[in-house]
Design a protein. Structure first.
Length: 553
């Protein structure tokens, strides 16, 4: 470890911008744009300047920085370090290779009592010079910054006249060590170790290890993204799974040309291993920045909404949750499978808008212990982000404890709680104007839809979801168009806030069949009449010109 002494000398450049930097508001999770856009002169710098001017406590504070290893990661770390020094930050914590998953970043922020963190990732979006880059800002609680912060950053970028940046820095990210840039301390630390320690506090590693060392083959797909180093250390070194358990474990700047989104379309190699053969008992994948998870059993796909319900129902089997749950929360488009479990457990269940930031207040206030989204995100109060590997360990613990297969866990769950048939249909790359016309057109008709026949039933209520935060009372409106049917079925339409090419329309479909009913249908068939009715009502195929969704989950 090399240690240098602080020097007060810091050569700072004051760059003047000819015109104020203009950009759209950061979306669901930070600023996400093409790599090319981020390479435009002053683009990244202007955003970082606005963040450093807006984030409380920069002067003398500690900031965590790292990313998912995509193209642009190292350059961004260099820029942030030089700008943070120019803004009088006290200490910058960076990780070796610049590799830091979103959940590990959330943990480090909390552990180091930092003022926040900057995570360089566009999550599940492809990377590389022709892919996307992103900058996410998390606050002192370790969670995504609230809308009030992103609004303030946006306002700042719009009237920005310049930025400050220190001259040069030869930061060696390849080994742990400490150095200084002017008065700012820079600690390069291993980004994996502390996270794995936290996992050891929550889960019984001996129990999982016994399972993985037996003849119980599992496959984990890191998709050439950030979880590779974490998963290799976790599964193969700490838990003793055979070498080769972790696939695509080397983080690559372009994710090997893939789309690091763990779903049946983009993780199809893993899906066919589990669903098309009997070679593996368990399979899992995480996304670009490691906060999402897909869980597969032998010939069994676990719908993410069901996954949250299963974790909730089995939580007391797990070391870190043995004393029970304070409550749970799900995002609005996530199926109500967890609601049924929460009701039986007699705990609160909250319904929030899409995006992890809304869970933060509930977690900080101690109102919930587990939370999740239909988009392959699950997490708990151990950090303030969703956590892919945590979910995998949770599932492995359940399977080790109950000594049964994933398919058996699902069957037993449905026969006890009933089944929420569920699917999400994504129409990606829709022309923005057309997508907005479709969405706004339906929005205007919502009030006239109650009482109308729909699929095999009738619409009881149609609205645009609004959320009143039970902790701070803030109101968040226009979060998705909901068609609530009389029998509890739901159809929801939303426009994605994370895409960068055209618009993505998401259609969420859900139908509940109580225990005792037909629990063995194919979800697309079970939802067939609703899929057709949604298309007829909103004119999806006609407007988009697409005969089918680009991704079906
Ligand atoms: C998507 C998901 C949402 C998730 C968000 C960020 O947003 O649907 O559930 O919170 O990505 O996840 P949207 O607006 O595209 O539907 V991540 O892994 O990018 O932090
Ligand atoms: Co992600």
């Amino acid at each position: 470890m090399s240690i240098s002494t602080p020097s007060a000398e810091l050569s700072v450049q004051q760059i003047t911008l000819a015109q104020p930097f203009q950009d759209q508001k950061p979306g669901t999770s930070g600023l996400r744009k093409s790599s090319k856009q981020f390479e435009q002169p002053h683009y990244l710098e202007s955003f970082v300047e606005a963040v450093l001017r807006t984030l409380p406590g920069v002067e003398g504070g500690t900031l965590i920085v790292g990313g998912d290893g995509r193209y642009g990661n190292r350059r961004a770390i260099d820029v942030i370090a030089r700008m943070a020094a120019a803004h009088g930050l006290g200490r910058l914590v960076v990780t070796t290779g610049g590799i830091l998953s979103t959940p590990a970043a959330s943990h480090l922020i909390r552990q180091q009592q930092a003022i926040g963190g900057i995570i360089l990732s566009a999550s599940h979006n492809p990377g590389g010079p022709n892919g996307d880059f992103g900058v996410k800002v998390n606050g002192a609680n370790g969670g995504p910054a609230p809308a009030s912060f992103t609004d303030a950053v946006f306002a700042c970028t719009q009237q920005l006249d310049g930025y400050r940046i220190a001259d040069s820095l030869n930061l060696n990210l390849d080994a742990a060590g400490s150095t200084h840039l002017g008065a700012m301390a820079i600690d390069v630390i291993d980004g994996v170790h502390d996270y794995l320690q936290l996992m050891q506090e929550l889960f019984d590693f001996d129990l999982i290890s016994t399972l993985l060392k037996g003849s119980w083959p599992m496959a984990f797909d890191a998709m050439h993204a950030v979880t590779g180093p974490y998963a290799s250390a976790l599964f193969e070194q700490l838990l003793g799974a055979p070498a080769g358990t972790v696939r695509n474990g080397m983080p690559l700047e372009d994710f090997g040309g893939g789309h690091p989104d763990p779903n049946l379309t983009y993780a199809k190699d893993l899906a066919s291993l589990l669903l098309g053969s009997d070679d593996y008992r368990f399979g899992a994948a995480c996304d670009g920045d490691g906060d999402r998870n897909m869980i597969l059993g032998q010939r069994c796909f676990v719908n993410p909404s069901d996954s949250l319900a299963v974790l909730t129902a089995n939580a007391t089997l797990i070391k870190g949750y043995a004393s029970g749950l304070a409550g749970v929360a799900r995002s609005m488009p996530t199926s109500a499978a967890v609601d049924v479990v929460a009701k039986e457990l007699g705990i609160d269940c909250f319904e929030t808008p899409t995006g992890w930031k809304f869970f933060g207040n509930l977690l900080d206030a101690g109102r919930i212990t587990l939370c999740g989204e239909e988009s392959f995100g699950t997490g708990s109060n151990h950090i303030r982000e969703k956590d892919g590997l945590w979910a995998v360990l949770f599932w492995l613990s359940i399977l080790a404890k109950r000594q049964c297969s994933v398919a058996e866990v699902m069957q037993q769950h449905w026969s006890r709680f009933g089944r929420h048939y569920y699917s999400r249909h994504d129409y990606e790359g829709v022309e923005t104007g057309k997508a907005h016309a479709l969405y706004n057109g339906l929005r205007e008709r919502l009030s006239s839809l109650s009482g109308e026949a729909f699929a095999d039933g009738r619409i009881a209520k149609a609205d645009d979801f609004a959320y009143s935060d039970p902790v701070d009372g803030s109101l968040t409106e226009k979060q998705g168009l909901r068609l609530l049917l009389e029998d509890g079925s739901r159809v929801i339409l939303r426009l994605s806030g994370t895409g960068t090419k055209g618009a993505t329309l998401r259609v969420y479909l859900e139908r509940y069949v109580a225990a005792g009913g037909d629990l063995q249908q194919d979800p697309q068939q079970a939802l067939g009449s609703m899929i057709a009715a949604a298309d007829a009502l909103a004119g999806i195929r006609a407007t988009t010109g697409m005969d089918r969704p680009t991704v079906i989950t």
